[in-house]
Write a protein that binds this ligand. Sequence first.
Ligand code: SAH
Length: 236
Amino acid sequence: MTAGDQPPCTDGSAQRLDPRRLRQRMTEALTRQGLGDAAVLAAMAEVPRHLFADEALTARAYDLATLPIGKGQTMSNPCTVARMTTLLQLSPGMTVLEIGTGSGYQAAVLATMGCRVYTAERLPELYERTRDLLRRLGYTDIVPMLGDGTLGCPKMAPFARIIVTASGPAIPGPLIEQLDEGGIMVIPVGESGSQRLKRVFKKAGRLYEQDCGPAAFVDLVGDHGWQAASCQTPHY
Ligand code: SAH
């Protein structure tokens, strides 16, 4: 063995823990489930998901599972990320608004696909932690914002794509207004236990809504979401 070689791995554990291999296995598992188009899976094979997970959960970062990130919030299951990102029909260069930064993983996948991402988080602690992480990892095409994302971001509107990763009672009006002509929004709507994932197309000033099946997200809390006091989940 020469200097720099990996030590022999008798129990296979080092191989199991190599993030690149784990990502490859994750994308293979998603492919078997028919989730994610080629461009989305290529991005997910690049983004170091283990660095976005809570340190105590690093080993589970590539499981097809939703993981807690503190403050009662979660990092979406890779299945959900693959499904939502594919529904967005992205092209490089698009401007995307994300509501619900959380861990920053979804934003990193969008940026890796060549999009410019504005992402809003309402909880200061998560906002600060993720802003610092994204900066450290060099995601210069992601602009983290602190505040109520149900109001959108009028200054930077319109957006070619909008993705909302928390579920409210209805599609927030400001987000509909800020969706560009020809744009697509993917958003869960409804109470916990009976949420539906919706895809909204804006064509010739009209909205077309498509039901994309059941969903399970944390609450969208804000002026055009749930009121903090009447949240579906009592974390606040
Ligand atoms: N996209 C995230 C998922 C995070 S969970 C990821 O990849 O990890 C949803 C996040 O939405 C939570 O962090 C929650 O605090 C945030 N959120 C809920 N209501 C919000 C609102 N009105 N504006 C901005 N963020 C909101």
